[in-house]
Design a protein around this ligand. Structure first.
Ligand code: PLP
Length: 370
């Protein structure tokens, strides 16, 4: 049996006619850049999130960068981000001219450890990026209180946490602005690169729109220099076609995670994911900690089960950050996790049978090699 890590084709097949119609209408309208499909998606996403402004952009890296740049963050400033994440969560800080400062992750919840924040905030700290890793939201009440106390901006990186919730409220609605990625493999994925910013702040929204559109709100009226970061019509129409299904797909992920939990909880050599209390974890990734991880991955691969590591190196341990002079022991949890974490296949269309097969394969591995 083959169990792929993700299966974007299964999702396409389930809504093929809706996607095909959406693509055809963009082409027949020749609304390739801007236009009604982009506007429709922005409006629909705004109403789903109950937020005033959705600013679509080219990807979920640009959206983070644009937020920080338009908050005036730059040279001499520091921005705190999680020690384990995709590099967008830190490279965008550097892109503004500011310095990324990493905070270790929580040993059980994997997203950033709020108890380690106070020690690294100083007078240069301008913002904190709460990365809701894997679909697991950060401890937002505490984080928000810390940000308010020190007068620093809270920015949420929701690239892995579409429709996750903290105490009944969606992640993305807690800070000054939030960044979303619609990379194809994300919980809400386009058929190419795409992303957006959400915010209730009118002034920031206006600046972000302007900056992402060459510094002009009206064609040829460039109030400043900006960048070109646009969502294209095809991607917008595809995203709109997916929106009516997204909450159902999110629930399927959660159900799949429960099935995994039940099948895996008796295996002593692994630790299944734990959820923060009063949160909705949306399982962009279903991540376990495994002893003999690399051998397990190899064994699963031979059984036809595809896995992935998120991430093989914690951000501060990457060559790109050698210049900051960190040691792995500065981030003991993230550095340990890079040796232990493995992400199992996870997507809405995954069947109980496939999950059972993955679980049995893991069981077999440890009964043979433990
Ligand atoms: C995917 C991702 C991004 C960036 O998204 P792109 O659309 O690929 O640019 C940012 N942060 C995190 C945590 C991500 O997983």
């Amino acid at each position: 049996m083959q169990v792929p890590f993700v299966d974007l084709s299964a999702q396409y097949q389930s809504i093929k006619s809706e996607i095909d119609d959406a693509i055809k209408s963009v082409i027949s309208d020749t609304a390739f850049i801007g236009g009604k499909h982009v506007k429709n998606f922005e409006d629909q996403f705004a109403s789903l999130y109950g937020v005033k402004h959705v600013i679509s952009c080219a990807n979920g890296t640009d959206s983070l960068y644009i937020i920080m740049k338009m908050l005036g963050i730059g040279k001499g400033d520091e921005v705190i981000t999680a020690a384990n994440s995709w590099i967008s969560s830190s490279e965008t800080i550097s892109q503004t001219g500011a310095t990324p400062v990493f905070v270790d992750v929580h040993p059980e919840y994997y997203s950033l450890d709020e108890d380690k924040l106070e020690g690294i905030i100083n007078s240069s700290t301008k913002a904190l990026i709460a990365v809701h890793l894997q679909g697991q939201v950060c401890e937002l009440d505490k984080i928000k209180a810390i940000c308010d106390k020190h007068g620093i901006y809270l920015i949420e990186d929701c690239a892995q946490s579409h429709f996750s919730e903290y105490k009944g409220k969606r992640a993305g609605l807690f800070g000054i602005a939030a960044s979303f990625s619609f990379y194809p493999g994300k919980n809400l994925g386009a058929y190419g690169d795409a992303g957006c910013i959400i915010t209730d702040n009118d002034e920031l929204a206006k600046k972000c729109i302007m900056y992402a559109r060459h510094g002009a709100l009206k064609k040829h009226h460039h109030e400043m220099e900006g960048i070109n970061s646009r969502l294209d019509g095809l991607q917008a129409a595809i995203l709109s076609a997916k929106l009516p299904h997204i909450l159902n797909w999110t629930n399927k992920r959660i159900e799949n995670a429960r099935t995994y939990d039940n099948c895996l909880k008796q295996i002593n050599e692994i630790v299944i994911p734990t959820r923060r209390e009063k949160t909705k974890h949306t399982y962009h990734l279903y991540v376990i900690r495994a002893s003999k991880r690399d051998q397990l991955i190899e064994y699963l691969n031979l059984q036809g089960v595809e896995t992935a590591i998120h991430y093989p190196k914690a951000l501060p341990n990457l060559q790109a950050y050698n210049y900051l002079g960190y040691k792995p022991s500065d981030f003991p949890v993230a550095s340990r996790h890079q040796e232990e974490l493995v992400s199992l296949p996870m997507y809405p269309e995954l069947t109980k049978y496939m999950i059972g097969y993955v679980a049995n394969s893991i069981n077999d591995f440890y009964s043979k090699y433990a």
